[in-house]
Design a protein around this ligand. Structure first.
Ligand code: PMP
Length: 284
């Protein structure tokens, strides 16, 4: 693989970053994941807007112009001959000096890393036909989940707990209400109405979420942005998640209880089709 580090395109085994980089020492960094279908980037603009917001919230310099980000993404897709897959982008605060809690001096160059992951057939994941099984777990992450930081240990622990219990993912719960999945936004469908938690600092503002809610409204589907419990989700007609890499993925079981019929439902199926069709059309 050819990867990107601070302006250079290098073979992955020659790409290096300082051990003093604050991304490594303190998880002081942010990231984005953009899907590639047919060699084109999905929702690129939305991901770039969110990246810039994450950087701003952490008072980190924006290292590249929008044009340079797009050019680098395209170059990596090209150099690695990616038809279907992902581009991962990470910006950390860098650090030329020693370990210190205080940020380095203004003007310190952030570290920018990008790489691709080839995923042939990404849009035809067999799981979309059978659905995911999820477990619930207490949400023990920090309180700024709206910032897409590389501080992913708790979601990793939750994913491992899900795997240990034979499930595909975990839905995190805070004060009795579902926040989101380990790396996706959570939804239920009841009586034709799509319900998903409202945006706040409690969840990541999913780019796929924004697109799916827009498409749902355009298709005259009812949407309600409010919190829900695991019990309500278990009693719903359907459940699903959204993310840049899973698109719209049905959820058919929560903590061992079937959701609705226990089969993939029509609303999730339709939203997945619309999302894939519309975002392919708008891909760059
Ligand atoms: N929530 C969390 C915690 C995530 O990590 C992700 C994926 N990055 C999402 C939601 C979905 O966001 P997006 O649709 O932008 O991929």
């Amino acid at each position: 693989r050819t990867v990107y580090v601070n302006g250079d395109y290098l073979p992955e085994d020659q790409a290096t970053v300082s051990i003093f980089d604050r991304g490594f020492l303190m998880a002081d960094g942010v990231y984005e994941v953009v899907s590639v279908l047919d060699g084109k980037l999905l929702d690129f603009e939305g991901h770039l807007v969110r990246l810039k917001r994450s950087l701003k919230e952490l008072a980190m310099d924006n290292p590249l112009s929008d044009e340079d980000f797009l050019a680098a993404f395209r170059a990596l897709v090209d150099k690695n001959a990616i038809t279907d897959g992902l581009v991962y982008l990470q910006v950390t605060r860098g650090n030329p000096g020693d370990r210190d809690f205080a940020y380095p001096a203004a003007g310190t160059r952030p570290t920018v890393v990008m790489f691709t992951q080839s995923k042939p057939g990404l849009a035809d994941a067999p799981a979309a036909k059978t659905g995911w099984r999820v477990i619930s777990i207490e949400d023990q992450r920090w309180a700024r989940r709206d910032i897409k930081t590389v501080q992913l240990l708790y979601p990793s622990m939750a994913k491992m707990e899900a795997k240990a219990r034979g499930a595909d993912d975990a839905w995190m719960v805070e004060d009795g209400m579902v926040t989101e999945g380990t790396s996706n936004n959570a939804y239920i469908v009841k009586g034709g109405k799509i319900v998903t938690r409202a945006l706040s600092n409690d969840i990541l503002h999913g780019i796929t979420r924004a697109a799916v809610l827009r498409f749902a409204a355009e298709a005259q589907m009812q949407v309600e942005e409010r919190s829900f419990t695991i019990a309500e989700a278990q009693g719903a007609d359907e459940a699903f998640i959204t993310s840049a890499s899973a698109f719209v993925m049905p959820v058919v079981e929560i903590d061992g209880a079937a959701v609705g019929t226990g089969q993939v439902g029509p609303v999730a199926t339709r939203l997945r089709e619309i999302y894939l069709e519309e975002s392919r059309k708008a891909a760059v």
